[in-house]
Write a protein that binds this ligand. Structure first.
Ligand SMILES: Cc1cn([C@H]2C[C@H](O)[C@@H](COP(=O)(O)OP(=O)(O)OP(=O)(O)O)O2)c(=O)[nH]c1=O
Length: 199
C-alpha cells in the first residue's frame, strides 16, 4: 500500500494524477538548513526525513511504501522556504523580481529495506515586479505556505517570463520522476485510466 507523508493538498492532487490508490499520513519534520549543507542536500534530507517519519508512524509496516517530498526556492545559493509572515513574503518576492532562481524538489520513497530518490531543479525567471503588484499579491494570501512565497499554479503564473524544468516539480511533486520511482518499487501508475479523462 502506498502512503503520502504530506499535509500538502497540492502533493495529494498531483499524486492522485498517477492513478494509484494511496493513503495520506501527517508528519511533522523540522525543516532547518544545516551549517554548510547545500540546498540540494537539504531538500533531499528533508524529503527522506518525511518519508521515514511516515514509515515510523505506520509502525514500520512491511507492506507500506511511503513517499516524502520537499520543495525549496533557491536564489544565489540562499534557500527560501515558506514565508514566516507577510513581511517575509514581500521580502522574498522583491528579491525574486527580475531574476532567475531555482526551484528544487526532492522525492523519496521508502519501504521494507528499500529507498529510492530523485531531485529535480527547475529554473524560473520572474518579470520585474513593482511594489504595488507585490503588495497586492501578498494581500491575496496566496504566498502563505508556499516556498519562495509564490504559487506558479496560481496568480504567480503572471510573474513568470520563462521556466525550464518540471512544472509539477515547482508545485511540489515532479510527476515524471515520481512515476519512475514508483515503477522501481513495482507499483504501476495508471495515469491514463478512462475514469480520469477530462476534456
Ligand atoms: C514555488 C512553489 C511552491 N509551492 C509549494 C509546494 C509545497 O507544498 C510548498 C513548499 O513546502 P514543503 O515544505 O515542500 O511542503 P509542505 O509544507 O507544503 O507540505 P509537507 O511538508 O506536508 O509535504 O510550496 C507551490 O505550491 N507552488 C509554487 O509555485
Amino acid at each position: 500500500m502506498l502512503y503520502l507523508a504530506s499535509q500538502s493538498p497540492r502533493r495529494r492532487d498531483l499524486l492522485a494524477r498517477l492513478g494509484l490508490p494511496f493513503g495520506q499520513i501527517d508528519v511533522d519534520v523540522p525543516e532547518v538548513l544545516g551549517a554548510g549543507e547545500s540546498a540540494a542536500d537539504y531538500v533531499l534530507r528533508v524529503a527522506a526525513d518525511k518519508a521515514r517519519a511516515g514509515l515510523q508512524a505506520l509502525g514500520e509496516s512491511a507492506d507500506a511504501v511511503v513517499l516524502g517530498a520537499d520543495t525549496e526556492v533557491v536564489l544565489d545559493d540562499v534557500v527560501f522556504g515558506k514565508p514566516r509572515d507577510d513581511a517575509d513574503a514581500f521580502r522574498m518576492l522583491q528579491a525574486l523580481s527580475g531574476r532567475t532562481h531555482q526551484v528544487i524538489s526532492a522525492v523519496v520513497l521508502v519501504g521494507a529495506g528499500q529507498q529510492a530518490q530523485a531531485t529535480v531543479a527547475t529554473e524560473v525567471t520572474f518579470d520585474v515586479l513593482d511594489t504595488d503588484t507585490i503588495a497586492a499579491y501578498v494581500a491575496s494570501g496566496e504566498p502563505h505556505g508556499k516556498a519562495g512565497a509564490y504559487a506558479i499554479q496560481g496568480g504567480a503564473e503572471l510573474f513568470v517570463t520563462r521556466m525550464a524544468g518540471s512544472h509539477s516539480g515547482v508545485i511540489g511533486l515532479p510527476l515524471q520522476q515520481t512515476a519512475a520511482l514508483l515503477r522501481s518499487f513495482g507499483l504501476q501508475p495508471q495515469p491514463f485510466a478512462p475514469h480520469d479523462h477530462k476534456a
